[in-house]
Design a protein around this ligand. Structure first.
Ligand code: PLP
Length: 318
């Protein structure tokens, strides 16, 4: 039973079905949770978070929402659509390639394709900044918000990826849509998908494995911080960092840079099941699942892969 009201955006429950061919080839009982089929703005895990975040923005009396992300952000794309539906102005600070200092990355060329086409279609105001650290990007977004306030706008700021307590709450509720399974595998980046699911399953035998799509070691701190904000909201005892199962070995060259194993997994699932992943998040997560299955980690188990969407990025990367 939801404690907070939401602004309806998506079709739920999203489908959850068995992957017969992949199960046979990987030697496990493999299912997939189809948040790529949310029925909203070409799909993805952000619709769940945005139903609560957009409602909160409306309740705050905002007329403008400001956020930030990479230029191929799936969050910015879905936020753009949600804001259009709620008659809110959407302004986003974007970098082609935000990174952590110490993780300087090779350039990936973007040409205004993929998610950027959709941001424009949904009417978002996209402000492009030169590449820099995530902290630079957060600062640009905050200064943008302050600037708009100075011009009379009533601004609601949403953190990167919608990862606030409310974002995690959406995934806490989403856990109810799953059948009984041994393990859930999901991509993890800004953290609220993993955080919400882990808090939901904390007292159950179901294991939640997050596959990191960011290389920075602080990711686990971000995930447990947002999980603890959720626990506070739910009046539950805090969760310790050690409760999170985050696998960091499948990121490849860096955030937003496709990995060979991820692209291979993407092609494999496309050709085995006709299901399309994205090269930045879900393909890396699925490559992790495949590798863990090969290592025997899921022997005898029923595993659900949570497809978090991201498919439009294919048209920028490939
Ligand atoms: C397609 C896709 N999968 C996974 C994630 C990670 O979800 P979260 O930010 O909740 O960790 C994102 C968000 O950045 C995404 O766009």
């Amino acid at each position: 039973m939801a404690m907070f009201s939401h602004f309806p955006l998506m079709l739920r429950p999203t489908p959850c079905h068995r992957l017969d061919r992949a199960s046979e080839l990987l030697g496990i009982d493999l299912w997939i949770k189809r948040d790529d089929l949310s029925g909203f703005a070409l799909g993805g895990n952000k619709a769940r978070k945005l139903e609560f975040l957009i409602q909160a923005a409306l309740e705050s009396g905002a007329d403008t929402v400001v956020t930030c992300g990479a230029s191929q952000s799936n969050f910015v794309r879905q936020l753009s659509a949600g804001c259009a539906m709620a008659k809110l102005k959407c302004v986003a600070a974007v970098m082609d390639q935000p990174y952590e200092p110490g993780h300087e990355l090779p350039q990936v060329a973007f040409t205004g394709r993929g998610n950027l086409v959709l941001d424009d279609l949904f009417g978002a105001d996209i402000r492009r900044f030169p590449n820099g650290s995530w902290d630079d990007l957060y600062l640009h977004a905050h200064l943008l918000a302050e600037n708009l306030r100075g011009q009379g706008a009533n601004v609601y700021e949403i953190p990167v990826g919608g990862s606030s307590a409310l974002g995690a709450y959406a995934f806490f509720l989403a856990a109810d849509e799953l059948p009984n399974v041994d393990t859930v595998v999901t991509a993890s980046s800004s953290g609220s998908t993993h955080a919400g699911l882990q808090v939901a399953f904390r007292d159950f035998p179901t294991r939640v494995i997050g596959i990191a799509c960011d290389p920075e070691p602080e990711l686990i701190d971000d995930i447990s911080r947002v999980a603890n904000e959720l626990c506070e909201l739910l009046h539950q005892p805090p969760v310790g960092k050690e409760e999170f199962d985050l696998r960091t070995q499948f990121v490849g060259p860096g955030y937003g840079i496709p990995s060979d194993a991820g692209n291979e997994a993407l092609r494999w699932l496309a050709r085995t099941e006709g299901i399309v992943l994205d090269p930045v998040y879900s393909a890396k997560a699925f490559s992790g699942l495949m590798e863990l299955a090969r290592q025997g980690e899921f022997d005898g188990q029923t595993v659900v892969f949570w497809h978090t969407g991201g498919t439009p990025a294919i048209f920028a990367y490939f």
